[in-house]
Design a protein around this ligand. Structure first.
Ligand SMILES: Cc1ncc(COP(=O)(O)O)c(C=O)c1O
Length: 432
């Protein structure tokens, strides 16, 4: 950031102007009250554990220090530099909406495609910039030519966009859907490789599963399942909503045919931007469901990304989010999220009556932990954690591994994890 300052301590001239434009004096006053100033520089990414570095990462986000958001699986905040990039681009379009000026943001969209491809270790020609994972999954289930006699194999713990969507399209197009059931606790990668191997038949055309489930955070052996499918001539759709932006995903190694993700989850990008990866060998197999103008410039985006006018400044923000994570390092971010999750699992297990649904082994989970908080009413606990302890999380209502879900990310600190554990222990002890 530039170093010019204005007469308000800690507020930056650029930020000052931006706040005024955003919402006038009210927004500025709110920012001042929160002591919004330039975040400290990140400095070198440490080779060893260093909480100071992660505290500096935390300061790159607008959330006030008192708020601990352990809800990355649902929605992540965008960092300041993402908001700045998006705002600068939005402002430019609004100041000069000419097609000449918008060429810049269109170039930003292609730059985003290159960054997404680089993050996932594939080529820009294989990337479609979507609105979110739901849309990406549905592009696949609507676009493949499946007919009566064909079979699609799905996982019972898939999100509706990769579960209900296949069932609905099977009803319309006359093919069948077979389900491999989830088992709790996660019985290990070999169990699922065996279960999917048994379930594949000569009629199976697609295998659609979730890389990391949103329920208990079960990690599926994606690489092995993709290999199994490939050897049998079956296409794979891997739902990456809970792995993109947190695991160091290598699609060149996984070799899925399709992989989907959302920028507004773990990548900490703007809302309503996402990705569909389409392996080059599957390009000819997917027909576009939306046909309009303003396609992407290269590869599969020329056919599957002609959605009409886009919010290109949001896509520019997506690109910035990936640049930010790339500078810290994707492996470093994965290890940090795993470390915080391990601390949560360990702490929750020590609280009397708490039942943790997530298996702690590295090959069975990633950065999501769900648990039954003894006999407490889950909705009341969710409210109490937010209102009195300033901890954000999700509820998992229902009989199937019901309870609460914590999903920490690289912007969380160990102090926040300790605070969440202490708050759960306090409520379990005292009741609600
Ligand atoms: C595994 C999985 N797939 C898909 C989605 C849908 O994501 P979005 O709402 O960004 O489309 C979610 C959302 O939580 C999810 O957990």
């Amino acid at each position: 950031m530039a170093s010019e300052t204005v007469d308000r301590p800690g507020l930056h001239r650029r930020e000052f102007a931006r706040l005024l434009t955003l919402g006038g004096a009210g927004v500025l006053a709110a920012a001042r009250a929160e002591g919004w100033s330039d975040p400290p520089p990140l400095g070198q990414v440490p080779a060893e554990k260093d909480e100071k570095f992660w505290t500096a990462v935390r300061a790159q986000f607008l959330m006030p220090p008192a708020l601990a958001s352990l809800n990355a699986a649902n929605l992540c905040p965008a960092s300041r530099r993402v908001i700045d990039a998006m705002f600068a681009s939005t402002r430019s379009v609004e100041q000069d909406p000419s097609s000449q000026n918008r060429q810049q943001t269109q170039q930003g969209r292609e730059e985003a495609r290159r960054r997404i491809a680089q993050a996932l270790r594939v080529t820009p020609e294989e990337i479609v910039i979507t609105r979110n994972t739901s849309e990406a999954n549905n592009i696949v289930s609507s676009g493949l030519d499946l007919r009566p006699g064909d079979e699609v194999l799905i996982f019972s713990d898939n999100h509706p966009s990769n579960h209900a969507a296949w069932r609905e399209k099977a009803r319309r197009f006359g093919y069948t859907v077979t389900v491999v059931e989830q088992v709790n606790p996660h019985p290990g990668p070999d169990y699922y490789i065996g279960a999917f191997t048994k379930a594949i038949t000569p009629k199976t055309k697609v295998l659609a599963f979730t890389h990391v489930t949103s329920s208990a955070g079960d990690l599926m052996p994606a690489r092995e399942l993709c290999r199994l499918a490939r050897e049998r001539g079956v296409l794979t759709l891997v739902d990456g909503a809970q792995s993109f932006g947190v695991l160091d995903v290598d699609l060149a190694d996984m070799r899925a045919d399709f992989y989907s993700g959302s920028a507004h989850k773990w990548p900490c990008g703007p809302k309503e931007t996402g990705v569909l990866y389409v392996n080059a060998r599957a390009h000819a197999l997917v027909a576009p469901s939306v046909i309009s103008l303003y396609a992407g410039a290269v590869g599969i985006s020329k056919t599957l990304e002609a959605y009409g006018q886009r919010d290109e400044p949001a896509i520019v923000g997506f690109s910035e989010a990936l640049a930010f994570q790339g500078e810290i390092g994707r492996k470093v971010i994965e290890e940090r999220a795993r470390e915080l999750t391990a601390a949560l699992i360990e702490g929750l297990r020590k609280i009397d009556g708490v039942k943790v649904w997530t298996h702690p082994a590295r090959e069975r989970s990633a950065a999501i932990v769900s648990f039954q908080p003894a006999a407490l009413d889950v909705r009341k606990l969710h409210e109490a954690l937010y209102r009195s302890d300033r901890i954000v999380c999700s509820t998992r209502p229902g009989a199937d591994r019901g309870g609460l879900r914590f999903s920490p990310h690289f912007y969380n600190t160990h102090a926040e994890i300790d605070r969440a554990l202490a708050a759960v222990a306090k409520h379990v002890r005292a009741g609600l």
